[in-house]
Design a protein around this ligand. Structure first.
Ligand SMILES: Cc1cc2nc3c(=O)[nH]c(=O)nc-3n(C[C@H](O)[C@H](O)[C@H](O)COP(=O)(O)OP(=O)(O)OC[C@H]3O[C@@H](n4cnc5c(N)ncnc54)[C@H](O)[C@@H]3O)c2cc1C
Length: 373
């Protein structure tokens, strides 16, 4: 029988891994810190790429279910300046090459594809230690422990498993993101909904910007991104955060500032961190990492896709070597290290988005990536 796999973290990476293992008949348990699937709202739309995210869902046997979640017409995007002037406006080309799906629905689809009991909710790992010969002991808050012969850290940016493999810690990138929602935009905030358009909007200026996604039912989901010190907004309550963020966008077009000033939800502050580009480790028996735990990068549209690809490829490698854990982990890491390094090592996304030439630097990048037809 294949070695049972212990996964820490039920994000997209850990769940794709669990599903691929399950499909291949490999026993798996996923320990997740959150109390339930609905403990936290799951963020906005994800653009699932044909070269990494979609093949991962194919490997999980869920590509048809995934297609039923795609929101039509959301591949359009536009770029505005702070006055609301449209600098670039690309409609959805209808090819469906980069389908957008709500992250929460994608996670729920993966959860629904697993038998009850595989994901153990409310099990926060507080630490892990090596016991020798590839075995590890996990400790949970509350004091319980489990021992495993095949451990996978899928526990995101602040992984408790990473220290078993590497001394690297995430560093602040100099940008803080603050998240807001406006509901029923088309009826309650028409001018703003029209400014956002049918898909994504980037309203940019040096040092600050609004990234907005039109979700189902006219929901407008905004990430205000600002170059700031890491402790900016630390300890401030919702009202104080909003007052400070609104002040940063003073003088911007009112249909844009409404995205934050009139938010229906309390702001969620996320300082953005990364691991060093090219982060890797020497093989350690019995343990590996996937997704953000392995290669946390600035939000460049690849993180969730890569996490799912890691999960699928590791699951397939384990299934292909049921009696040889080390062969499976080595095969997975050999492919994962270079691809993660290549994705993270490109141009500095924040220079293009929020640098001195914004928004024109972002328009130029978009034109280069996808010349107008
Ligand atoms: C603002 C923003 C926008 C983004 N936009 C995109 C985008 O458009 N497209 C894209 O591809 N990527 C995007 N990303 C990146 C993407 O969100 C991540 O790369 C992706 O979620 C990584 O998946 P993961 O499964 O590795 O980790 P996560 O999604 O972080 O999941 C980790 C899981 O582990 C659990 N966990 C953590 N610690 C413990 C513990 N100690 N014990 C037990 N469980 C634990 C967490 O609760 C969580 O459920 C964005 C990121 C940010 C911050």
């Amino acid at each position: 029988m294949a070695t049972p796999v212990t996964v820490v973290g039920a994000g997209l990476g850990g769940l794709v891994l669990a599903r691929v293992l399950h499909v291949h008949g490999v026993p798996v348990t996923v320990y997740e810190a959150e109390a339930s699937a609905t403990a936290r709202t799951q963020g906005g739309l994800l653009d699932i790429h044909p070269w990494n995210g979609q093949p991962a869902l194919e490997a999980a046997g869920l590509i048809e279910e995934f297609r039923s979640l795609v929101l039509p017409g959301r591949e359009s995007y536009r770029v505005l300046d702070r006055a609301g002037t449209v600098l670039l406006d690309r409609p959805d080309d209808g090819t469906g090459e980069r389908p957008e799906v709500p992250r929460g629905a994608l996670r729920q689809m993966l959860l629904d594809s697993l038998p009850d009991g595989i994901v153990r909710w409310g099990r926060k790992v507080s630490g892990a230690q090596a016991l020798g010969e590839g075995r590890h002991e996990l400790r949970f808050t509350g004091g319980a422990t489990v021992v495993t012969s095949l451990l996978v850290g899928a526990d995101g940016a602040w992984s408790r498993i990473r220290p078993l493999l590497s001394a690297a810690t995430p560093e602040y990138v100099g940008v803080t993101s603050v998240e807001y929602f406006l509901f029923d935009g088309d009826t309650r905030h028409r001018a703003t909904a029209e400014a956002v358009g049918a898909g994504s909007l980037f309203a940019l200026a040096p040092g600050k910007g609004l990234l907005v996604y039109r979700e189902a039912g006219g929901t407008l989901h905004t990430y205000a991104q600002l170059k700031a010190a890491p402790d900016w907004l630390a300890g401030a309550d919702g009202a104080a955060v909003s007052a400070q963020v609104v002040a940063e966008f003073d003088g911007w077009a009112p249909e844009l500032t409404a995205l934050i000033a009139d938010s229906d939800t309390a702001p969620v502050v996320r300082p953005l961190y990364t691991l060093p580009v090219g982060h890797r480790w020497d093989r350690v028996p019995g343990v590996t990492l996937i997704g953000d735990a392995a290669h946390l990068a600035p939000p460049n549209g690849e993180g969730a896709n890569l996490a799912m690809q890691d999960g699928a490829e590791l699951g397939q490698a384990i299934a292909a070597h049921p009696d040889d854990v080390e062969a499976a982990l080595a095969e997975y890491e050999q492919a994962m290290f270079p691809r993660a390094g290549a994705e993270a090592g490109g141009e500095d996304i924040f220079d293009l988005m929020l640098g001195g030439d914004a928004p024109h630097s972002w328009v130029a990048m978009m034109n280069e990536a996808e010349p107008a037809s």
